[in-house]
Ligand binder design. Structure first.
Ligand SMILES: C[S@@+](CC[C@H](N)C(=O)[O-])C[C@H]1O[C@@H](n2cnc3c(N)ncnc32)[C@H](O)[C@@H]1O
Length: 266
């Protein structure tokens, strides 16, 4: 199965609705708010500035950027029509924020138009991250900045002990909902190859101990395993029951590393 984030509209309206909400829940976690606030703190927004989010999904990050950048303009470009519709509804009344359907490989902007480009958990979902970085460079003005924030999915885990069977859900997620789990390890080279200057590269952890952010993924990966015929429904139910048991007794331990790179266009 191909990572559904490569073509969200093909995954259908139910996927769009469930995962628009899941991304909202993820972003509202304190650890994620801190990660985003830290990189936004490092961008200087002026009155006439233009900030672009590439792969803006349902707009959870774009709304936070717009809040900081106001009255500067923010445009979220997103290839999924379904996500763009959700994003527009969720951002109603935010005057400096708009969304357009566009692929990150071909942004409808002239050269040197943007002061900053943000890619938040996007490059780990594409086959050719260098193409998106190159396009971001084209639209950035000299002195503008590219922010890439992504999870190092190769290190994500749900394990609380050696050979923890619940970790199969984390590994299934990485296999089927991520295109390149090792993207973060390649970022320095990708940035250098694009001719950008890396100014800042930080790593922060996200520890999830509540059910809200992870339960839709556990449902989805266990259903997939059943659909493929790899496991039967009783084992899928047991994974969900174990997940719920840990969520109830406070022992749920989802661990991810998030990396943020800030790069300058000379
Ligand atoms: C995990 S979501 C992140 C959405 C949003 N940045 C957030 O954090 O809430 C990944 C997003 O990347 C988008 N995406 C996938 N391929 C893309 C491409 N070639 N160009 C731009 N966006 C892309 C998907 O449609 C999806 O909205």
């Amino acid at each position: 199965m191909t990572d559904p984030f490569q073509n969200v509209d093909a995954a259908g309206p139910e996927f769009i609705h469930v995962f628009a909400n899941a991304m909202e829940v993820r972003q509202s976690e304190p650890a994620m708010e801190t990660i985003v606030a830290r990189y936004l703190d490092k961008l200087a927004f002026s009155e006439g500035s233009l900030t672009v989010e590439v792969g803006s999904g349902a707009g959870a990050i774009a709304r936070r950027i717009a809040d900081r950048a106001a009255p500067g303009a923010v445009i979220g470009f997103e290839p999924s029509k379904g996500f763009v519709e959700e994003a527009r509804i969720r951002a109603e009344g935010v005057e400096n924020l708009s969304f357009e359907v566009a692929d990150g490989a071909a942004l409808p902007l002239p050269d040197d138009a943007a002061d900053a480009v943000v890619m938040h958990t996007v490059l780990s979902h594409v086959d050719k991250p260098d193409t998106l970085i190159g396009e971001a460079c084209r639209v950035l003005r000299s002195g503008g900045r590219l922010v890439i924030c992504d999870a190092d999915f190769s290190k994500s885990t749900l394990s609380s002990f050696a050979n923890d069977p619940l970790d199969i859900c984390a590994r299934e997620f990485t296999s089927h909902f991520v295109t390149d789990a090792y993207l973060v390890g390649k970022l320095r080279q990708l940035i250098a190859d694009a001719g950008l200057i890396l100014e800042d590269f930080t790593h922060e952890t996200r520890v999830s101990s509540t059910r809200e952010g992870m339960r839709p993924w556990v449902d989805r990966v266990t259903s997939l395993m059943v659909e493929r015929g790899d496991i039967g429904q009783p084992l899928a139910d047991a994974f969900v029951a174990e997940f719920e048991r840990r969520a109830d007794n406070g022992t749920l331990y989802g661990y991810q590393v998030f990396a943020t790179a800030i790069a300058l266009k000379p």
